[in-house]
Ligand binder design. Sequence first.
Ligand SMILES: NC(=O)c1ccc[n+]([C@@H]2O[C@H](COP(=O)([O-])OP(=O)(O)OC[C@H]3O[C@@H](n4cnc5c(N)ncnc54)[C@H](O)[C@@H]3O)[C@@H](O)[C@H]2O)c1
Length: 306
Amino acid sequence: MVLKLLVTGGAGFIGSHIVEQLIANQHQVVVLDDLSTGDRNNLPNDVRLVIQDVAANLDDLFAAERFDAVIHHAAQVSVPHSIEDPIRDLHVNLQGMLSVLEACRKHQVGKVVFASSAAVYGTPQTLPIPEDHPLTPLSPYGITKKSAEEYLRIYHELHGIRYTILRYGNVYGPRQSVKGESGVIAIFTDARCKGRIPTIFGDGYDTRDYVYVEDVARANLLALTQGDGEILNISTETAVNLRELFATLDDVLNEHEQPRFGPPRPGDIQHSTLQNDKAAQVLGWKPQTVFYEGLKQTVKWVKQHG
Ligand SMILES: NC(=O)c1ccc[n+]([C@@H]2O[C@H](COP(=O)([O-])OP(=O)(O)OC[C@H]3O[C@@H](n4cnc5c(N)ncnc54)[C@H](O)[C@@H]3O)[C@@H](O)[C@H]2O)c1
């Protein structure tokens, strides 16, 4: 079935991969993005791009386009920025969520798929983290993601809008900006491709759950027609430490460099992996891209785009 879809944040890193897959599946797509971190060049020329703040009134757009569903990715995405300027984080991430939900309510949009984050969990009490782990965010960003999830639940109960919440691990791949402090793979890849040795903060044994962007995009497409009312981790359930990341980049680049180390950064969580069997049961989703292959694609893109 062909759907008419709005992708907020669709000119960004993850959103643009979703747009690409939606178009490949013959869906009709409109992108809303203020281009604060996104880029028009991430999108095919013929996609309609509405350049607007997601937190503004969306009535005119929704009245004109009559969307079947919204894939909501527009956000202030930086944890450090959310600490420096929590009011901006609140505006984009929570008022933005509410303005999407209000437009959905007024214009009878059936479903919202929402990009949430492992940041809602805070310090893990168990690993890998299951979806029913306590939510104790450590930053304003984690709080606005957690609250946005709550608004989705309430809008379903009050107004019948269906939703699926996807909580991502550390997403990586082509088009990720080096400006986002959380994109360690983007930062390491960019540095290595420019002949620089990136600094590993701490002893290099901190682990993360790196999930490839095309796998994340595929989860969004599956969630359009499945997983109503569900909260699902989107992850590989595999812990990769920074030394392994550095060494795999060595393999991809066919180089043999020694990492450089710096002091650990306060506030960094040591280990994070997310359980992903619920996404397999509910969506039939599993990550398909092995780490080496994902890094290879990322390096290829960085080399092409500088
Ligand atoms: N990258 C990750 O590892 C990761 C992990 C967990 C969750 N997420 C979530 O996934 C979503 C996409 O993140 P990304 O990594 O692609 O980052 P990104 O910065 O590339 O994408 C965010 C997009 O939203 C747009 N945007 C920002 N503020 C806006 C506003 N006020 N109005 C309209 N558009 C606005 C930006 O221009 C950008 O195109 C975000 O909601 C983010 O919180 C990302």
